[in-house]
Ligand binder design. Structure first.
Ligand code: GDP
Length: 445
C-alpha cells in the first residue's frame, strides 16, 4: 500500500539532500513535486491543496529547527502533515458504560463488511471481550450463512434470524440482538447491515432505521480503499444518509495509491479507526496515523513490529531471547535457528521486513524473499552435531561436506550459513557493546 506515493516522495527528498539551504524557489519546486505525488496517489483535490499550502507555509516559516538539514526539515514537515491528514491521534473504540457496546457496520456491498465483522470480533475477543455478531444483512443471499462461517472462524457467537425466515425484518433482528446479548452476557454487539452495489435511498433508510432502533455507540463506515476517489463520494453519501463515527478501510493490501486513506478523514471529518489488509481474519489492525505516515515516508513501522512480536511470543520466550541478544557471547547456532523460527511465527518475512526503515526501496528484493530459504537453513543446522552448533568454528571442510549431504544442500550453502552466523554474532556483540542497532535511522529527530 502507498507504494506510488512513497516512491515519489522519497525521490523528492533525495533531490534535496545536497542542498545547503532552501531558497523560496527550491521550496516552490518541492511543493510542486509533492502536489504531483499526491494527485498521482489519487488524493482528493481539496485535500491536496490544503496539504501543499501547509507544507509551503511551514517550510518558509522560521519554525524549522537548526539541528536539521534542509532535506530533513522538509521530511519532518511532510511527516507532520501526513499524520495530521490521516487523523492525528489514534482514535480508539468507545465502550458503553452499560454493556453491551453496540457497533454497527455500514457500507456498500462488497466493501468487506462481513469479513470485517469477523476480524473485529476476533480482535476484540483476543482482548478479553465477548462479542456477539449480528446478521442484519437479510438482503444478499447467503449473507447470514457467510457471517456464520466467519463467526465460527473467529470463535465468536452469531445471532441470526431463524432459517427459512430470510425475508425477515433486519431492524427487528438488530433490536432483538441487544436483549439476546445482555442475556448471554456479551459485552459487545457487532451488527452487520446490508449493502447495495451503489448508493440508494432504500439502503440508507434501512441503515438509518437500524441505527435508530439500536442507538449504536459506534457506527463504522466500511469502505474499499481500492475504489480510490469513489470512496470519498460514497463516504459523503453515507455521512448524509446515515452518519458515522469512524471509518474502516478495507483491501489496503490491494491499494498501491492510498488516495482514499489520505482523503476520507479530511473530507468527512471522521477518523479512520481500523485497516484491513487481506482476506484472512488476522489481516487487520487499529489504524495509527503516525505509524502510517512513517511507513509512507519509508521510515519504518517499528512500533507495529514490536507489538506483533509481543502478541506472538509469551513474555518468557521474549525475555530469554532478549537475554541472549544482550550477552552476544553465548549466542550459538541453536539460538540462531530458534531466533529465525521465532521471527517466522510473526508472519510472512516480507511483511516484517517491509516495516523496517529504508526497506521500501528494496521492494523488488523483498518480493523475492523465499520463505523456503528458512526451511533450508533449519535443515542445515539440524544436520549438525550439538558440538558443531555450540562451536561453529570447528566446522571444517569434511564436516561441511557431511552436513551438506545430511541436509540435501550444497557445501557452499553450508559455508554461507556459517559466515552469516558469524556476522550475526558479531552484530550481537556490537549491540551488547552499546553501539546501537545497525540500520536504524539516525539524523531524524
Ligand atoms: P460485504 O459485502 O461488504 O459483506 O463484503 P465481504 O466481506 O463479503 O467481502 C467482499 C470480498 O472482499 C470477499 O471476497 C473478501 O474476501 C474480500 N475482502 C474483504 N476484506 C479484504 C481485504 O482487506 N483485503 C482483500 N484483499 N480482500 C478483502
Amino acid at each position: 500500500m502507498f507504494e506510488t506515493l512513497s516512491d515519489r516522495l522519497t525521490s523528492v527528498f533525495s533531490s534535496l539532500r545536497s542542498k545547503g539551504r532552501l531558497s523560496d524557489a527550491d521550496i516552490d519546486a518541492t511543493c510542486r513535486e509533492i502536489r504531483i505525488a499526491l494527485l498521482e496517489a489519487d488524493v482528493a483535490l481539496p485535500v491536496v491543496r490544503d496539504f501543499v499550502s501547509h507544507v509551503k507555509e511551514r517550510a518558509r516559516g522560521s519554525e524549522v529547527s537548526q539541528a536539521l538539514n534542509p532535506a530533513q526539515q522538509v521530511v519532518k514537515i511532510v511527516n507532520d502533515e501526513l499524520v495530521a491528514i490521516l487523523g492525528g491521534e489514534t482514535r480508539r473504540l468507545r465502550f458503553a458504560k452499560n454493556p453491551p457496546t453496540v457497533i454497527m457496520l455500514a457500507g456498500l456491498q462488497g466493501a468487506g463488511k462481513t469479513t470485517l465483522a469477523g476480524k473485529l470480533a476476533r480482535w476484540l475477543r483476543e482482548q478479553g471481550h465477548a462479542p456477539l455478531l449480528v446478521a442484519a444483512d437479510l438482503q444478499r443471499p447467503n449473507a447470514v450463512q457467510q457471517l456464520q462461517v466467519v463467526g465460527e472462524r473467529a470463535g465468536v457467537a452469531v445471532h441470526a434470524p431463524e432459517p427459512g425466515n430470510g425475508t425477515g425484518d433486519p431492524v427487528a433482528v438488530a433490536r432483538g440482538s441487544i436483549d439476546h446479548a445482555r442475556r448471554l452476557q456479551h459485552d459487545i454487539v457487532i451488527i452487520d447491515t446490508a449493502g447495495r452495489l451503489g448508493i440508494d435511498q432504500e439502503l440508507m433508510k434501512q441503515a438509518a432505521d437500524i441505527r435508530d432502533a439500536v442507538r449504536p455507540d459506534e457506527v463504522l463506515f466500511v469502505v474499499d480503499a481500492m475504489i480510490g476517489q469513489d470512496a470519498v463520494t460514497t463516504a459523503q453519501a453515507f455521512m448524509e444518509g446515515v452518519g458515522f463515527d469512524g471509518v474502516v478501510l478495507t483491501k489496503l493490501d490491494g491499494d498501491a495509491r492510498g488516495g482514499a486513506a489520505l482523503s476520507v478523514r479530511h473530507i468527512t471529518g471522521r477518523p479512520i479507526m481500523f485497516a484491513s489488509t487481506g482476506e484472512k481474519l488476522e489481516d487487520f489492525d487499529a489504524f495509527h496515523p503516525d505509524r502510517m505516515a512513517s511507513r509512507i515516508l519509508d521510515m519504518g513501522d517499528i512500533l507495529t513490529l514490536i507489538e506483533q512480536a509481543q502478541r506472538t511470543f509469551d513474555e518468557q520466550e521474549a525475555a530469554k531471547m532478549a537475554g541472549k541478544l544482550v550477552s552476544g557471547d553465548n549466542f550459538t547456532l541453536d539460538d540462531f535457528l530458534e531466533q529465525m523460527l521465532m521471527v517466522r511465527k510473526m508472519g510472512p518475512i516480507k511483511n516484517l521486513l517491509g516495516m523496517m526503515p529504508g526497506m521500501g526501496q528494496m521492494r523488488d528484493q523483498l518480493n523475492q524473499v523465499d520463505e523456503r530459504d528458512l526451511d533450508r537453513v533449519a535443515a542445515i543446522i539440524r544436520s549438525m552435531t550439538p558440538a558443531e552448533r555450540a562451536e561453529p568454528k570447528m566446522i571444517n571442510g569434511s564436516r561441511r561436506a557431511r552436513i551438506a549431504r545430511g541436509s540435501g544442500v550444497t557445501v557452499t550453502e553450508v559455508a554461507n550459513l556459517v559466515v552469516r552466523f558469524f556476522e550475526a554474532q558479531k552484530m550481537m556483540r556490537q549491540m551488547a557493546g552499546g553501539m546501537g542497532i545497525p540500520g536504524m535511522p539516525g539524523g531524524r529527530n
